[in-house]
Ligand binder design. Structure first.
Ligand code: SF4
Length: 408
């Protein structure tokens, strides 16, 4: 339940010190609060044991601690767990926990959490369930970090890796995503090392350059999904604003400044981007910077049609996926072939939240796959990115569209 008192969860040490000073308390109380809120994950001030009892009572009357709340959990037979989290305003977001296949002492070697950065997304990728929600709003640093805390509390094993790859485009909520990364990597929380955190973008070149300019230590992944502008524009309307040449240019800039390797995400669609020419073009594009390519089989559910193409999006057969990956290796591209985690649950990002939102009336219209209206809607708008401020005007809805499942 939302209250009128300020929420202290998700604030930095400096912000908490300022809050304490403003409340007439010594600044060191801010550091203590930071530890209790973000390391110990307390839900009430009464649990902050090294604070005087009277102070705990005072804090409870003036402030609140609000976390995202896990309301649903799905388990896959492969160990993937998907959580539906409810925010204070009643919106739903998704978080996925994915164990690596390899194990050490009976535990997965890596346990990766895939977190959301926005409620919905404005980018309208044609293969994505989240896209059908449109953008509702940006998540706050506390709502992003809180996904980690909520899931870690429910996991017997330590979460080792984190990807900003759930609902939303992280570059469109840049400040809050970076503030959440600061919370995760702060010495007092020591939740996850920066080298184990990856931001995945649909190719927003300005954000890529900004990450490089700011010397951000977290890693970068870029979703390509096509080797020609023509196809990429059909799959990802954002390609109008950031075409392939612009993305590659930003990737080269990023590598020049950071010396870090980039990960390219490439979802394979049957008969669309999986040909021999695609192998050749993909190798040529990605070899421009030291990088690896993650090949991800598309996770199809229901009808999913790219705009203007009378073709249903499907995953190629496994043998063809392996052949595609091998052809890339043959031309000296580093390739990781991803399994399709959680195929037996709603593992593609957005599906669970879209369905839940539809049940609760958060979405209003049903989008007909491949309708003329649909094509029309995008014919003159491509490349325009609605901002979170403009996102109050909600539209659209659940469709059978599926998002890629690029979880490592
Ligand atoms: S794939 Fe990612 S960037 Fe594209 S619409 Fe979905 S959430 Fe947004």
């Amino acid at each position: 339940m939302k209250t009128n008192t300020p929420n202290l969860f998700g604030l930095s040490v400096a912000e908490l010190q300022d809050v304490c000073e403003g409340a007439g308390l010594p600044r060191f109380r801010g550091e203590q609060l930071f530890y209790w809120l973000h390391n110990r994950g307390v839900e009430t001030f009464d649990e902050c044991m090294n604070l005087p009892k009277t102070l705990r009572a005072e804090l409870a009357t003036s402030f609140r601690i609000a976390h995202p709340e896990a309301v649903t959990e799905q388990h896959s037979t492969d160990g993937t767990r998907k959580f539906l989290l409810r925010l204070e305003d009643g919106r739903n977001i998704e978080t996925v926990l994915i164990p690596s296949e390899s194990e050490e002492a009976g535990q997965p070697k890596r346990l990766t959490i895939c977190v959301s950065t926005q409620v919905g997304c404005p980018l309208d990728c044609r293969f994505c369930a989240t896209a059908s929600m449109k953008l509702k709003r940006n998540l706050t640093p506390g709502e992003i970090f809180g996904q980690y805390l909520a899931v870690q509390k429910r996991s017997a094993s330590r979460v080792t890796n984190l990807v900003f790859m759930g609902m939303g485009e992280p570059m469109l909520n840049y400040e809050n995503v970076m503030a959440a990364a600061e919370l995760l990597t702060h010495e007092k929380t020591a939740a996850i090392a920066a080298s184990h955190i990856t931001l995945s973008t649909a190719g927003l070149a300005d954000g890529i350059r900004r990450m490089a300019d700011e010397g951000r230590k977290i890693k970068l992944a870029i979703s390509l999904h096509a080797t020609t502008d023509e196809l990429r524009l059909r799959l990802m309307p954002i390609n109008k604003k950031y075409p392939l040449a612009e993305i590659i240019d930003a990737a080269e800039y990023y590598h020049r400044l950071t010396r870090r390797r980039i990960t390219w995400e490439y979802i394979l669609f049957d008969g669309l981007n999986d040909g021999v020419d695609d192998v050749r073009r993909l190798a040529k594009l990605t070899r421009r910077v030291p990088s690896k390519v993650n090949i991800i089989p598309f996770h199809p559910i229901g009808a999913a049609y790219p705009d203007g193409m009378p073709m249903q999006l499907l995953s190629p057969p496994r043998a063809h996926i392996e052949e595609f990956a091998q052809r890339l290796r043959d031309v000296h591209v580093t390739v990781m072939l991803r399994s399709s985690s959680g195929r037996d649950i709603d593992a593609a990002c957005g599906q669970l939240a879209v369905r839940e939102g539809a049940r609760e009336g958060q979405t209003r219209r049903t989008r007909a796959p491949h309708s003329d209206k649909h094509s029309e809607k995008h014919s003159d708008k491509r490349g325009d990115i609605p901002t979170a401020d403009a996102a109050g005007k909600e539209a659209s809805t659940p469709s059978g569209l599926d998002r890629h499942n690029p979880h490592p």
